[in-house]
Write a protein that binds this ligand. Structure first.
Ligand SMILES: [Zn+2]
Ligand SMILES: [Zn+2]
Length: 150
């Protein structure tokens, strides 16, 4: 991660060495620009599986580093957790917990995932029974002790 971030900065990208990623929904009505995206975590919790139809892939940044153009519709799916879809085509684009200052981009909507790696799987305690996970990434019953920011 450190080496990848350095390589991006060395190319003369924007800002203070943070990589910039662009993304869009299926129909193109919503586009976004995200800075400082973290690596991808896969969440297998019951909520994420119901929301996505499988399991969630998410890479986090903070609200102030995400710029969105176009109409998105936010919906609350539990307590303080909310997700956003394109108002036109329904693509699932963002996920956030309002108790935090972070927002996750769903990486399937990214134009490029250059510099973003896969980190692991969380909430295996609630995983679906119909699939195997054989990618060799770390797996956690809930969250890793050190959190997801590492
Ligand atoms: Zn759309
Ligand atoms: Zn989840």
């Amino acid at each position: 991660m450190k080496a990848a971030a350095g390589a991006v900065a060395a190319k003369g990208g924007g800002g203070v060495g943070e990589a910039v990623h662009h993304g869009k929904c299926l129909c193109g009505a919503v586009t976004y620009r995200a800075r400082g995206l973290a690596d991808i975590w896969y969440c297998h919790c019951t909520q994420c599986r119901a929301l996505t139809g499988h399991y969630l892939a998410a890479c986090r940044t903070t609200h102030d580093r995400l710029d969105v153009d176009g109409d998105v519709v936010w919906a609350r799916h539990s307590g303080t957790s909310e997700h956003a879809r394109c108002a036109a085509c329904g693509s699932l684009l963002f996920w956030t917990n309002r108790q935090t200052d972070t927002i996750s981009v769903l990486p399937g909507s990214l134009d490029s995932t250059q510099g973003i790696a896969e980190r692991g799987h969380i909430y295996l305690s609630e995983r679906g029974g119909y699939y195997a996970i054989s990618d060799g990434l770390p797996q956690f019953a809930t969250y890793p002790d050190e959190g997801l920011s590492a």
